[in-house]
Ligand binder design. Structure first.
Ligand code: APR
Length: 179
């Protein structure tokens, strides 16, 4: 567990659809109309009203973030953000877009008065973003955001990792950044 100002940064191994945080983040695609991976799991758990609501949003650009109710999920809100599809030839652009997905999701959570938020490992599944590279960007982005926002209402940010390999990557990246 790390702390930046008044905000605790934690890592868990588990299923984000069970998170009881105020908001959970969905690694979506630009249509916001569901998909596989964590996107599919969140839509299945939230129920059909989430898809109906998302259909009114007009999609979302990569790196941006849009909020919806959580419907049947334990979380009050879902913050949908399309991360970048990994491209080795555009690595720096991908890095910037991944940073934006986390930074903008934190901003949207803040704007909606959330005190706790859970993230999956955005883009490191179907979008093939290299895991260790992503984890280092996430640690840097959290440090950047909470250093720039010392009065943040966010008390706890949790990375919810679906497998042990992902958990280890974030544990290592956070230890290097925060310890
Ligand atoms: N809880 C937490 N993490 C999960 C869960 C879950 N229930 N299910 C999957 N994950 C993890 C994956 O193991 C991976 O570590 O989420 C991370 C992101 O993987 P993806 O869901 O494949 O997301 P991403 O790589 O961002 O690709 C997004 O996939 O599902 C489609 O519509 C989505 O087109 C978009 C693309």
């Amino acid at each position: 567990m790390a702390r930046i100002g008044g905000t605790e940064i934690t890592i868990e191994l588990g299923d984000i659809t069970r998170s009881t945080t105020d908001a959970i983040v969905n690694a979506a695609n630009c249509t916001l109309l569901g998909g596989g991976g964590v996107d599919g799991a969140i839509h299945r758990a939230a129920g059909v009203k989430l898809l109906a609501y998302c259909a009114t949003l007009g999609g979302c650009r990569t790196g941006e973030a849009k909020i919806t109710p959580g419907f049947k999920l334990p979380a009050k809100y879902v913050i949908h953000t399309p991360g970048p599809v990994w491209s080795k030839s555009h690595a720096e652009r991908c890095d910037a877009l991944l940073r934006n997905s986390y930074f903008n999701s934190l901003s949207v959570a803040e704007e909606n008065g959330c005190k706790t938020i859970a993230f999956p490992s955005i883009s490191t599944g179907i979008y093939h973003f290299p895991l260790e590279r992503a984890a280092a960007i996430v640690a840097k982005t959290f440090a950047e955001y909470f250093t720039a926002n010392p009065e943040s209402c966010l008390e706890r940010v949790t990375m919810v990792c679906f497998d042990a390999n992902t958990y280890s990557a974030y544990e290592k990246a956070f230890a290097e950044r925060f310890d």
